[in-house]
Design a protein around this ligand. Structure first.
Ligand SMILES: [Zn+2]
Length: 393
């Protein structure tokens, strides 16, 4: 980020821009050697070495000798002591919260169930209490918290900071969550859609790491997707890219919670899977369906396979549009493993236009139920100003 108050191209603005490039690269990769930093930023090894030395001196970066492939190198990360960042994931029925340092090491974690129709004001109060407890548990104070990331399970409009469609989370309608929480916390707060943040976490730490073009599907009660193109998360014009669950797959299908009819989520999301099973089975949670299916229950296996086929059909359409190299399947239903992935993969391969040699590989996510929380932390670290001198742009 160049300082707009200075003449573009001046020595000072160039140096500041180079420092920001290095900090951004370290944030993005979570730590890398000086040689890798030169490759990632396009700066010369001598410039990288000088700037790393300066930023280590001012406490922004931390360097430690390492040996990789038998060669000695200097490994560069953000300095842990810069402060702490929190991430919260509000799912439909539970909340998960993590406290991490800026280098991404989680130091405390907690989770709790949520009432069916949870409301923003109550839940944001609970986050404040949980955060205070968690900071206490690691002997830290609120003053050491640099900011908070929040993941919401709904399409989120980044232009006005509210959930894009009324009625999906009634208790959160018209609430500008970041503003409300910033007033309570006195720290910057960054909100995004949970599927986007799951994709960001899988990109940085999980099954999409090192890949450029990946679709991350999040399949729970709702269905969402995060789209990574050219190594970056695609957000779209209003931040609503990846509303995969609301693509229409059955023109006159059941009414979806978004108000449309025949959305993928309405025919293959958690409630649709439960509805397809007889009440007499006593199964009332998605987790129970997965356990029964893994135990060999034919009806539950079939219900998951049917959802997998529907999701695969919709995924094939996205593949034809975007040509990803990999599909990562995350969210609670991904715990079913090949019971879901097999039928999903088969449906993709049947309908995708590219030849067999270019089929995307379809794999399970690596971060499990923590993905969106870790993504909320990573998003906050990306967006929080970490060094006043660097953030004067
Ligand atoms: Zn819908």
């Amino acid at each position: 980020m160049a300082d707009r108050r200075r003449t573009p191209g001046s020595q000072t603005s160039l140096r500041e821009a180079n420092r920001a490039r290095i900090v951004d690269a370290v944030k993005k990769h979570g730590g890398l050697t000086q040689v890798e930093l030169a490759g990632a930023t396009g700066l010369s090894p001598a410039t990288v070495s000088n700037i790393v030395k300066e930023l280590s001196g001012s406490g922004v970066l931390h360097t430690a000798p390492s040996t990789r492939s038998g060669r000695r190198a200097m490994h560069v990360t953000l300095a842990h002591k810069l402060g702490l960042v929190a991430g919260v994931h509000f799912a439909t029925r539970h909340m998960r919260i993590a406290l991490a340092d800026v280098a991404g090491t989680v130091v405390a974690e907690n989770h709790m169930p949520l009432a069916k129709d949870h409301r923003a004001d109550n839940e944001l109060d609970r986050v404040m209490m949980l955060l205070a407890d968690m900071l206490d548990s690691v002997d830290a104070s609120m003053s050491e918290l640099l900011g908070l990331g929040i993941a919401l399970p709904a399409p989120f409009d980044r232009r006005n900071g509210v959930i894009a469609r009324r009625g999906i989370m009634r208790g959160w309608d018209n609430v500008v969550v970041a503003d409300v929480m910033e007033r309570r916390l006195g720290r910057p707060v960054f909100v995004d859609n949970a599927a986007n943040l799951t994709a960001l976490a899988e990109l940085r730490l999980g099954a999409a790491r090192g890949r450029d073009d990946v679709i991350v599907l999040e399949i729970d009660d709702g269905i969402g997707a995060g789209v990574i193109l050219g190594g970056r998360l695609l957000r779209g014009h209003s931040g609503l890219a990846g509303e995969f669950g609301h693509t229409v797959v059955v023109e006159d299908g059941p009414v979806c919670r978004c108000g449309n009819r025949g959305c993928l989520e309405a025919v293959a999301g958690g409630p649709a899977i439960l509805d397809s099973l007889s009440d007499a089975r006593g199964i009332n949670k998605l987790g129970d369906v997965i356990v029964a299916a893994m135990d060999g229950d034919p009806a539950c296996i079939r219900a998951i396979a049917d959802a997998g086929r529907m999701i695969g059909l919709a995924t094939a359409n996205v593949c034809n549009l975007l040509d990803p190299e990999r599909i990562v399947v995350a969210g609670e239903l991904s715990r079913a493993g090949e019971l879901l992935l097999g039928p999903l993969r088969h449906a993709v391969e049947r309908s995708v236009v590219v030849g067999r040699d270019a089929w995307p590989d379809i794999v399970q996510g690596q971060l499990g139920i923590r993905a969106a929380t870790l993504g909320a932390v990573a998003n906050a670290v990306d967006l929080i100003p970490l060094h006043p001198e660097l953030e004067t742009a």
